[in-house]
Write a protein that binds this ligand. Structure first.
Ligand code: UDP
Length: 244
């Protein structure tokens, strides 16, 4: 096995993949790629490859979970066994359960739950390939899948992490930076309402570093939001072309 490099930032101030500290990984987003789901989206962020599919609002099963005054949002985050270097068991891990909750809670404030009483909305997130920051990329894709399903929303939700590697605050950490770095701060944002729906921190930061990381993550969110909007527009432009 080759020795992993100790330094995460080189003398020129560049990261292991050649990015500057405030640079995002390359991002590709597609909306509406699963015809059998009510809504869907695919995101590639660096080496992450993630599919999100949405069903609903539809009749709630099991029925006793239905609520008389609103729809119930459910989310399943799942890593494919081949998504990481060491085979991941397909059974839900504690981490999968935590991330399912985190993603659901990040998206829930954006949805008009009260519009669809006694129903359920299911979000399925499949991680095909993981390289750090999958919760954030999943939120970005799942929010588009909800919009693609025609679910009325207050705003899109977009997410991005910032963190600390080698004493530098950097944007959009990949797996090695996440594991070997000092801290990771995932943030989800409703950009038009300017409301944060997720804020986590893993690692240790001073208050000043934390503030810098949050602001950098928010900057990243706003850049990804532009790509989200373009992906949504591209889907509806192609629908228009077919109709014409
Ligand atoms: N990871 C892994 N095996 C696992 C779970 C995670 O190799 O069973 C990797 C994967 O690349 C993931 C990264 O560890 O993206 C960081 O995981 P974390 O729990 O911090 O969540 P994420 O950063 O993906 O939101």
């Amino acid at each position: 096995m080759s020795q992993k490099p100790e330094k995460l930032i080189d003398k020129k101030g560049l990261r292991l993949d050649g990015r500057k500290p405030e640079e995002l990984r390359s991002i590709k987003i597609e909306v509406g790629i699963l015809p059998n789901a009510d809504g869907s989206a695919y995101i590639q962020q660096g080496k992450n490859k993630i599919l999100a599919g949405v069903y609903g609002p539809r009749e709630m099963h099991p029925k006793h979970l239905a609520r008389p005054d609103r729809t119930v949002l459910r989310c399943r985050y799942h890593m494919a066994p081949f998504s990481v270097q060491e085979r991941k068991s397909p059974a839900p891990s504690r981490r999968d359960i935590e991330l399912s909750k985190v993603i659901r809670e990040s998206l829930q404030p954006a949805i008009f739950l009260e519009y669809y009483p006694r129903t359920g909305i299911d979000i399925f997130v499949e991680i095909l390939q993981a390289d750090g920051g999958t919760r954030c990329a999943s939120i970005t894709a799942a929010s588009l899948a909800l919009a693609d399903a025609g679910i009325p929303m207050r705003d899109l939700v977009v997410a991005c992490a910032a963190g600390k590697v080698d004493d530098t605050i950097v944007l959009d950490l990949m797996d090695t930076e996440d594991k070997k770095g000092g801290a990771d701060v995932p943030v989800a944002l409703m950009p038009n309402l300017n409301a944060i729906t997720l804020l986590q921190m893993d690692g240790i930061l001073t208050f000043e570093e934390f503030e810098k990381a949050v602001n950098l993550a928010l900057k990243g969110c706003r850049k990804i939001y532009t790509m989200q909007k373009e992906a949504l527009k591209a889907k509806y432009e192609s629908v228009k072309e077919v109709e014409e």
